[in-house]
Design a protein around this ligand. Structure first.
Ligand code: AMP
Length: 281
């Protein structure tokens, strides 16, 4: 039976009791308005842990002053119905409980946050690493599940776990897409029909880049220029960035070893991100 917990202290007491009983805990951190991408995390957690906790928290400190914190979609009834078969606890704290008066601590992962979303959303990743640290301490997970959809976030959390010796495993999960290729995102609901149609260019341009790499292209500038050119054929698309980076999220000049081709593009008021891993075979 799915239980909804709103207090950090209560969640932590439950988690510590479960640990004393020798139970393993899987955590899926989310901001809610759940979709099949979130569900894939919960299902993986269900298969690998005794107890599954999904956090649903629209984290104010990871939003910039002109971003969509106030209007970010929220629907707890829908979220509970979607995950009730694979989640034991939904942890949905209030912002005042997570950040009481006098909260003055921040966790910052440097270098990996210099480019991509780290450059276009100043302070965003400090908000992410701070809240995820808190969630790890509250929920005491053995495993935590993160989507490759937010590839830079995944890299930042992995580095934080390594650097700060969090005793848990980070499990990366592949990007879940709509049948037409659009990566699932809670923010897709902001898109008009026309914007949504034009947004298909994101996955298409990433796929084209993968095909170019398969055909022998190795040059970062040629690859990113061609992705940009494709996206710019869509009149409603406004590119934030298109970049090729290495596993430290630093700009790469060519395809040699693991590479991430990542992009952020605005359609109207909606900023979408997507990416693909490219490797020379
Ligand atoms: P969010 O609620 O957007 O903060 O996302 C919560 C978690 O779900 C993050 O680890 C995301 O990377 C992951 N996630 C979001 N969208 C997808 C998707 N389309 N496929 C796989 N994972 C996703």
């Amino acid at each position: 039976m799915l239980q909804e917990i709103h207090s950090a202290a209560e969640m932590q007491a439950i988690a510590l009791a479960l640990k004393r009983e020798g139970k393993t805990i899987g955590l899926c951190p989310t901001m809610g308005y759940l979709h099949a991408g979130h569900l894939s995390l919960a299902k993986a957690a269900r298969a690998e842990n005794d107890v599954v906790v999904m956090s649903i928290f629209v984290n104010p400190i990871q939003f910039g002053p002109n971003e969509d914190y106030a209007v970010y979609p929220r629907d707890m009834a829908h979220d509970k119905a979607l995950v009730e078969d694979c989640v034991d606890y939904i942890f949905a704290p209030q912002p005042e409980d997570m950040y009481p008066e006098g909260f003055h601590t921040e966790v910052a992962v440097h270098e990996l946050t210099r480019h991509l979303c780290g450059a276009s959303r100043p302070g965003h990743f400090n908000g992410v690493s701070t809240v995820v640290s808190k969630l790890f301490n509250i929920v005491q997970p053995d495993r935590a599940y993160f989507g490759q959809k937010d590839a830079q976030q995944l890299a930042v959390i992995r580095r934080m776990v390594r650097d700060l010796n969090f005793p848990l495993e980070i499990v990366p999960m592949p990007i879940v897409r709509e049948a037409d290729g659009l990566a699932l995102s809670s923010r897709n609901r902001y898109l008009s029909a026309e914007e949504r149609q034009q947004a298909l260019i994101l996955n298409q341009s990433l796929q084209a880049a993968a095909a170019a790499v398969a055909a022998g292209e190795r040059d970062a500038k040629k690859l990113t220029d061609s992705v940009r050119a494709r996206i710019q054929t869509m009149p409603l698309a406004e590119i934030d960035y298109v970049e090729l980076v290495d596993e430290d999220m630093q700009p790469a000049e060519d395809i040699s070893g693991w590479r991430l081709l990542a992009l952020a593009v605005r359609f109207g008021k909606t900023r979408l991100i997507d990416n693909i891993v490219l490797e020379a075979n």
